[in-house]
Structures are given as C-alpha cells and as structure tokens.
Design a protein around this ligand. Structure first.
Ligand SMILES: *[C@@H]1O[C@H](CO)[C@@H](O)[C@H](O)[C@H]1NC(C)=O
Ligand SMILES: *[C@@H]1O[C@H](CO)[C@@H](O)[C@H](O)[C@H]1NC(C)=O
Ligand SMILES: *[C@@H]1O[C@H](CO)[C@@H](O)[C@H](O)[C@H]1NC(C)=O
Ligand SMILES: *[C@@H]1O[C@H](CO)[C@@H](O)[C@H](O)[C@H]1NC(C)=O
Ligand SMILES: *[C@@H]1O[C@H](CO)[C@@H](O)[C@H](O)[C@H]1NC(C)=O
Ligand SMILES: *[C@@H]1O[C@H](CO)[C@@H](O)[C@H](O)[C@H]1NC(C)=O
Length: 540
C-alpha cells in the first residue's frame, strides 16, 4: 500500500531534516510546543495515489488522476473535486507487510472506498462500477448525514435525551457530567439573545507562538469558567489554527470549523454588535480577554454552582505504579474535562471528513478484510428501519481493543520529567497482563524517533501517522512552504479524537495534551478504563 515515489529527495533525508529542525526548535524554545505543529505540517503525497498505484490494475486511473492533481499543492484541487477532506495525511499501520498481501479483492475494496471518500466519479466510470454497489464501509461515516443529525441534536427542540453527546452511565463518567454538560449548554444558548440583561465574554484564542494547540484549548476552558462564574455567554472569536483554506466561509479562523460552535448564531451575532458600543464595555455588558489576568484565566476559580463534585471523583489514574487517590487541583482537572467535552461535543462535517480519511488510512484494509470475509460484494439492500433509527447513531468501527499511547519527548523537558518509550511500553505491558486480548496501540507522538523505536516491540501492532513519501520533484522550499496551519492543526486534532476512542490509555499527564485526552476519557464514558501515566501534572 505504498506509492513508489519518484521523488528527488529520499524520504530518509527528509525525515532527518525534519527531525533536526524539530530538535533545534525544541532547544531554542525549550518550553514551547511548536515542534508538534512543525512535524505535523508535513504535507506530502496523498493516500489515494498510494492506494491506486499499488494495484497494477488501476495504474491507468492512478496516473490520469495524479496528473491533473499536483500532489503538494493539492488541498485546493482536491476540494475542488468535491471532496471536502484533506487527503494529505498518510497513516501507516506497521504490521501491514508491504505489498505482500496480494489480496486483490481487499485492495480493490480499499481503493473503491478511497474514491468514494474523494467523490471521484471518474474512477467508478472507468471501472464500470456503480457507486451504490460498493459495500458499506464500517469505519466510515456519512458525514453529511451525521452532521445534519448532530446539528439537530444540538438544538433545544431535540427530543433526544440531552446531552446526547455523553456516552456511558453516570458511573462511567466524572461526577455530574450529564448535568453539567446540559447546564453549560443552556448557559451558552440563552433563549433570547436580544435580552438586554445578557452579558458576554468575547475572546480570541491564544495566538502567541509559545502556545501549543493543547494550551490554547486549556486557555479557553479557563475563559469558559470565568464566563460561567460571571454569568456571561462565552463567545470565542479568532482561532488562528482554523485560519486556512480548509475552513470555508465563516468557519475560517473559527473553532466552528472543527466543532459545533460554543454558542448560538444569534448570540454570537448579538455579542459582536454589543462589542461595537463603548457603553457596553463601560457598563460591563461585554468583556474581553484583556479584562482578566493571566492568573485568572489559567488558574482562576472553578465554577461552584455544582458544588464540589471533584471531592468524590473516582480515582482511576496510576502514576509510577501507585493509584493516585487524590492530588492537588482536582477541581481544575474536573473542570477542564467538562469544558473540553463541551467544546468538542460535536464534530463538524469538515472534522468528520478528516476522521474518515484518517480511519480509512489506518484501518481501511482491516475493514475491507472483515467486510469481504463476511460475504464480500453482496448486493446491498435498502436501508431498513432499524438501520435508520437505531443503528445510525453507532460510532464508526475501529479495531478493538485499542490502547492509546501518547508519547511526549524533547521539547517538554522543562515542564515535566521526560520518559522514554520504554517506560510507556512497560505500562502498556502491565495493561496487557490483565487484558491479554489487547495487542493494538494507537501511537501519537511528535517524535520520529519514537515511531522508529516502536518497531522494536514486535508483540504489539502499532498504528500511527507516517510522514508520507514525497511524490514529484518539489523543492525543499516548496516542501517547507507546504508545512502549514492546516496540517499542523488537523493532524493533532484527528490524532486526539482517535485517541479518545481508545479502550485503554497510557500517557504523560504532565503534558497538556495528555491531560486533555484524560479529560475527554473521563467525560467520554471511560473512567473505568483507567489511565497509566509516566508522570504527573506539575501542579499536582
Ligand atoms: C498552488 O496553489 C496556489 C494557490 O492556489 C497557486 O497560486 C499556485 O500556482 C499553485 N502551484 C502549482 C504548482 O499548482
Ligand atoms: C446504479 O445503481 C442504482 C441503484 O441500484 C441505479 O438506479 C442506477 O441506474 C445504477 N447506475 C448505473 C450507471 O448503472
Ligand atoms: C418531539 O416529540 C413530540 C411528541 O412526542 C413530537 O410531536 C415532535 O414532533 C417531536 N419533535 C422532534 C423534533 O422530533
Ligand atoms: C474591560 O476592559 C475595557 C478596556 O479594555 C474597559 O473599558 C472595561 O471597563 C473593562 N471592563 C471591566 C468589567 O473591567
Ligand atoms: C517511582 O517509584 C519508585 C519507588 O516505588 C521511586 O524509587 C521512583 O523514584 C519513583 N519515580 C518517580 C519518577 O517518581
Ligand atoms: C519539476 O518537473 C517539471 C516537469 O515535470 C519541470 O518543469 C520543473 O522545472 C521541475 N522542477 C524542479 C524544481 O526540478
């Protein structure tokens, strides 16, 4: 499943350049998290060319396709082709022997799904294939349909149990999760946005280069706490990471490119009107980030309107072999989990598309094998009622059980004790002793060397993003220019969302990103999965 790139620069040397660059960045700003962004930005060729060229039969399709779509300038072209997804991510599944499995049926199905994702009509025409005959992909979602459903669920009219974005029972989540989520939603969606007594907090996301994507989100959770304490509707404004061509129209530069917005359209509009009036600022009807100190934003008061649910939080975190029953700042841990869950409650169609691409690249082949072993290209039947109204809300398939391992290294040294992959893997082995059926790892890391080292653990099957091969003769300058906003946001977010789907968790709670993964686990019905950490948050 690998394209034989005709690149001028070998992949190895590219990787070395990237790692050196990352190291340099890491050294000169030891505490900054920009390395992630850098490594993520690697835009190289795309999944579809890879998939197509690996199957002799479809070379024709592949070449004609790639020739009118220059690989490294590709986002816009691909989008113009009607598939609003970023195909530049290349994900790799280590255990997949390269070109050994010559199962044409599997390859054909994977490639048909590739082209469904790309909405590439030509492919189906060329192969005399009817799109509607392609078997359903269990790992893909119909994003248009799902987004419509999610938007409907995100309204007051909905008859569904609110908040429908919470999975699992009360005992599978942090205390009061359902109630808190519902009440944050109502707080953020007042009935009448024109109500003169409404107050707003309008805030941009942090934009200083020192703030990694995780820190930006953590900052916003602090602002949400302030907004709730001061009875203001939080309106998040400019989000620099969404300021790229993937985010269209009003979603450009806005959180709403990736997730359904934190407040209603009406209140957002109203907040922007109010903001223009000086009296509104003087009267305190509207405040901005400048009205609050860094301390208030980062370590301010956690809303108390729900009492102190963290005081009876169930400890399910193990650090250095000890189950941590309590620690400092439990309140902040509880709150960040709630706020992140709220902010990420529903993916947009754009994010859904990115997730499809990522899941397809990582698990598509396994999915195809399963589908074929269950009967292959059978004629599809019309969707039945139970599919429409009962099974439709099921999450897309991923291989299970899956362990999420997030490894932080290098740049984080001054915030926390840095652990080597060996330490994480020791924890993984510990989980496996108890759950011997576990042999898959979703590995997310910004470090190339971690990915290399993972090859030493033959008893595990790793899934991770891979810096894809370069196709074509792009110069280094072009290549660097292609490391952009878009990739450096999409890649970690998608990794994060897949990690949050895992069954077990290993990480470094000292890193904000792991802290957030832990939060989304604890409000995602996975309290009882536990979290084994190589270190603890520096404030605990
Ligand atoms: C890449 O895209 C930009 C903007 O869409 C365009 O100006 C440029 O000519 C493109 N380059 C190539 C090689 O297609
Ligand atoms: C594809 O299948 C659909 C439904 O089965 C049918 O309506 C349509 O005519 C077919 N298209 C072609 C080109 O065969
Ligand atoms: C909600 O339920 C009521 C009655 O149970 C029904 O009349 C209404 O159409 C439902 N609304 C939606 C949006 O499903
Ligand atoms: C917020 O800051 C603005 C100036 O940026 C000031 O005019 C206003 O009084 C402040 N509001 C509050 C509630 O402190
Ligand atoms: C982990 O625990 C052991 C003893 O149980 C101790 O010697 C070691 O220093 C601890 N490591 C860290 C990083 O706290
Ligand atoms: C890349 O290839 C094209 C023709 O395929 C050529 O015109 C162009 O000069 C080459 N660019 C570089 C940087 O080698």
């Amino acid at each position: 499943m690998e394209a034989r790139g005709s690149s001028g620069i070998s992949m190895k040397s590219l990787e070395r350049v990237v790692s050196d660059k990352a190291l340099k960045l890491g050294n000169s700003f030891p505490c900054q998290i920009c390395v992630v962004g850098f490594l993520c930005g690697i835009c190289l060729t795309s999944l579809f060319v890879a998939a197509l060229t690996s199957i002799g039969t479809f070379e024709l399709a592949a070449f004609s396709f790639s020739s009118f779509s220059p690989p490294c300038n590709s986002t816009s072209q691909i989008i113009n082709m009607g598939a609003d997804i970023d195909m530049k991510l290349k994900w790799k599944n280590k255990a997949e022997p390269e070109e050994e499995n010559d199962d044409d049926q599997v390859n054909l199905l994977v490639s048909a799904w590739d082209n469904l994702l790309l909405n590439n009509e030509d492919y189906f025409k060329k192969l005399w294939m009817n799109k509607s005959d392609v078997p359903n992909a269990p790992h893909l979602e119909n994003c248009e349909e799902r987004t419509r459903a999610r938007e409907r669920l995100d309204t007051r009219l909905s008859n569904h149990t609110f908040p429908s974005w919470i999975n699992g029972g009360d005992e599978d989540n942090y205390p009061l999760t359902r109630r808190v989520q519902r009440e944050i939603w109502y707080h953020q969606h007042p009935l009448d946005c024109e109500d003169k007594s409404l107050k707003f907090l309008v805030a941009d996301w942090e934009t200083l280069p020192g703030f990694g994507i995780g820190a930006q989100i953590a900052g916003m959770t602090g602002l949400l706490a302030i907004a709730i304490n001061e009875n203001r509707v939080l309106v998040s404004n400019y989000y620099n990471r969404a300021d790229h061509d993937g985010c269209k129209g009003s979603a450009r530069g806005s959180w709403s490119c990736y997730f359904l917005p934190e407040t209603s359209k009406e209140c957002r509009k109203r907040a922007f009107e109010v903001m223009k009036k000086r009296e509104a600022w003087e009267r305190g009807t509207v405040t901005g980030k400048q009205n609050y100190s860094t301390k208030e934003i980062w370590s301010g008061h956690i809303p108390k309107r729900w009492g102190k649910p963290w005081s009876y939080m169930r400890p399910t975190t193990e650090i250095n072999g000890t189950l941590l029953t309590s620690h400092r700042k439990m309140d902040r841990r509880w709150w960040r989990a709630q706020a992140v869950r709220y902010l990420m409650r529903f993916q947009t169609e754009y994010t859904c598309g990115l997730m499809n691409v990522a899941r397809h690249a990582a698990f598509g082949k396994e999915a195809a094998e399963i589908v074929l072993s269950a009967g292959g290209w059978r004629k599809k039947k019309k969707r039945s009622e139970i599919e429409e109204s009962v099974w439709s809300s099921h999450k897309p398939w991923i291989p299970r059980p899956m362990l999420s391992v997030h490894v932080r290294m290098g740049d984080k040294a001054c915030e926390m004790r840095v652990a080597a992959l060996e330490e994480y893997m020791r924890l993984a082995d510990r989980i496996r002793e108890r759950f011997p059926e576990l042999n898959r790892i979703w590995l997310s890391t910004e470090m190339k060397e971690v990915v290399d080292r993972s090859k030493e653990y033959g008893l595990w099957r790793f899934y991770y993003t891979e810096v894809a091969r370069q196709v074509g003769n792009n110069s280094m300058a072009e290549y660097e220019a292609s490391l952009g906003r878009e990739m450096s946001t999409n890649y970690p977010l998608v990794n994060f969302l897949i990690a949050s789907e895992a069954d077990f968790f290993v990480g470094a709670l000292g890193s904000t990103w792991c802290f957030l993964i832990d939060g989304i686990r604890n409000t995602g019905g996975k309290v009882m999965s536990g979290f084994l950490s190589v270190n603890k948050d520096r404030f605990w």
